[in-house]
Design a protein around this ligand. Sequence first.
Ligand code: 6PG
Length: 253
Amino acid sequence: METGNGRNPAVIVLDDHQAVSEKAAAIFADLAVAASRTQGRFAVALAGGSTPQRLYELLAGRVYGEGIPWPLVFLFWGDERCVPPEDADSDYRMVRDAMLGRIAVPEANVHPMYSGLKSPEEAAAGYEEIIRQVFRLVPGQVPQFDLVLLGLGADGHTASLFPHSAAINEKERLVVADYVQALKAYRLTLTLPVINNAAAVLFLVTGESKAAILAEVLQGPYRPIDVPAQLVRPLGRLLFLADQAAASKLREQ
Ligand code: 6PG
């Protein structure tokens, strides 16, 4: 994965959504192989929404998926809508339909964020417990994901860290439930302490509709309450993959 860090993110502009998805799949595979070799596992937090769907389809395919040590991969979600897994809005369902049925990841390593059986708060607490168990955390310890995949909303949100939300101020919890006024709905999300502790964070941003916000995030004034994606400043590597359309408002550096 190209360098770039929380202070100076790397940005790679590719022709289109397919090219972004292919590059992301290659990076995912490289990181999975490297992490599996060095620590015997690859823990990744998946992004929701529509942008990463093609990436997940590619990971389930032979070209990119064949070299991935799926039995050593642990799949988490970076955020989730508080809807049952069968709901069309479920990020779990999007990933399941795009790849889960075609990769040899052990079912016990797949950790959906929301089952529909608990309240949002209970689900957030339960997910924290799963993370603590899988990462074998001691109290107060923050997990280090090998990779966190993120999308970018046109309003500057990422994961389910929305502008002016309580979730963006969370400094202790690993996962929180947040009522998002703009959506009139609850969301679950990894918190910034977790995202910013990741070894690598990869944003996938495509389409004309994201051009203005991507320029804001990368080149606009630092105003993180309005643009929470600006709060993603991992200790590890930070890379934005954008297509030409989404990068069309970026000033030449
Ligand atoms: C979600 C995502 C969210 C998403 C952005 C971009 O659950 O919706 O995690 O943060 O990445 O809203 O969504 P699109 O990829 O659909 O534009």
